[in-house]
Design a protein around this ligand. Sequence first.
Ligand SMILES: Cc1cc2nc3c(=O)[nH]c(=O)nc-3n(C[C@H](O)[C@H](O)[C@H](O)COP(=O)(O)OP(=O)(O)OC[C@H]3O[C@@H](n4cnc5c(N)ncnc54)[C@H](O)[C@@H]3O)c2cc1C
Ligand code: FES
Length: 277
Amino acid sequence: MYKVVSTEVIAPSVHRLVVEAPRVAAARRPGQFVIVRSSADAERIPLTIADADADAGTITLIVQAIGRGTREIAEVPSGGALRDVAGPLGEPTEIRRVGRVVCVGGGVGTAVLFPLAKALAEAGNEVTTIIGGRSEPFVILRRELAAFSKAVLTATEDGSLGVKGFVTAVLAEILADPARVPAAVYAVGPLPMMAAVAEQTRPMGIRTIVSLNPIMIDGTGMCGGCRVTVGGQTKFACVDGPEFDGHQVDFRELANRQGTYAEHECRLSNARGENRS
Ligand SMILES: Cc1cc2nc3c(=O)[nH]c(=O)nc-3n(C[C@H](O)[C@H](O)[C@H](O)COP(=O)(O)OP(=O)(O)OC[C@H]3O[C@@H](n4cnc5c(N)ncnc54)[C@H](O)[C@@H]3O)c2cc1C
Ligand code: FES
């Protein structure tokens, strides 16, 4: 069992949990994730290790409650426990000092972006962060990102914070200014957002890394659930990723595969009388 030391709601349906997991905290590197089960019969849910404190033996998870599995994790109270926290899993982010980088986060993708943006800044890169969401309450980790970013720029669909529109509009402004063009772009968020970012940077040949979130089951490369096509080759996001060259990812195939169980999940939750937001 893994004790939940503290919990906090940081945005509508988005919870931050600090969890005692000393071995994971000591071994984890930016970009890696864990697979969590809240109880013995719960689903296995992949979650990025948003932060870790090796001295305290804790990791931070940020979870958006969108279905049964994530809701059960989000509902564990402070002082409660998670049944399993398996990891660290996945390839760590390749952290290089390249100079100027732009990190783009959409919705809860910002939680996945946070550890790699922090590691890029610690490696001496100048990090500009662009984050967005539906409206101001959905834009997470602004203060935390500002601690190491040269600038944190925001976009919201309703214009309640920063630019009205998508994060890609803010990125377009940066890419149009020769004095601000980055050496690399990192993007994490909904698939259409990552695909759009990759298309923006492709003509300029800017190295663009995306973090993929296909359906995962075992997280060890055995089940094939997380299969993605990158550069025409089959990769397993759990062991070969989750980060890949955005210019090489087949986003259309990934979007089709992600929807595989949507109808089934919907039928199940309707049968349980759950309200899906
Ligand atoms: C490597 C990795 C890291 C992740 N890190 C985080 C994180 O730090 N915080 C966080 O909140 N979420 C993260 N996710 C996404 C999270 O794992 C899914 O939201 C979760 O598995 C959904 O399970 P559920 O039972 O709550 O919802 P379900 O009822 O299974 O699904 C709810 C809805 O979400 C869709 N969905 C299912 N699985 C995924 C998925 N893997 N990604 C996106 N949509 C999905 C379904 O199609 C459905 O529409 C990560 C996913 C991966 C693969
Ligand atoms: S989750 Fe099973 S192969 Fe990746």
